[in-house]
Write a protein of this length. Sequence first.
Length: 109
Amino acid sequence: MGYLFLSIAILAEVVATTALNASQGFTRLWPSVITVLGYGIAFYALSLTLRTVPMGIAYAVWAGVGIVLIALVGAVFLKQQPDLPAMIGMAFIIVGVVLVTFVSRTGAH
């Protein structure tokens, strides 16, 4: 269940961060509302994750996957194309998340 809640936390954070960009400094109502609600859901789901997943593992996965997903949203929807070093860095992040989640016994589910 912990990794299900972690997935919800990650998706809510990605939606919230995308809306934050659209809120234009909290000057647009609906993107601002989505931002606040999204981060609220993300932190609540993360708190539920921490019942069964170690904090360091949960945060590492949340941050790593969130970084990569936000970069993908930026590339696909906002035409913010990462350069080669950024893509290589994100590939390292993905490798790290896979190692932490599926190989390390620390994050065993």
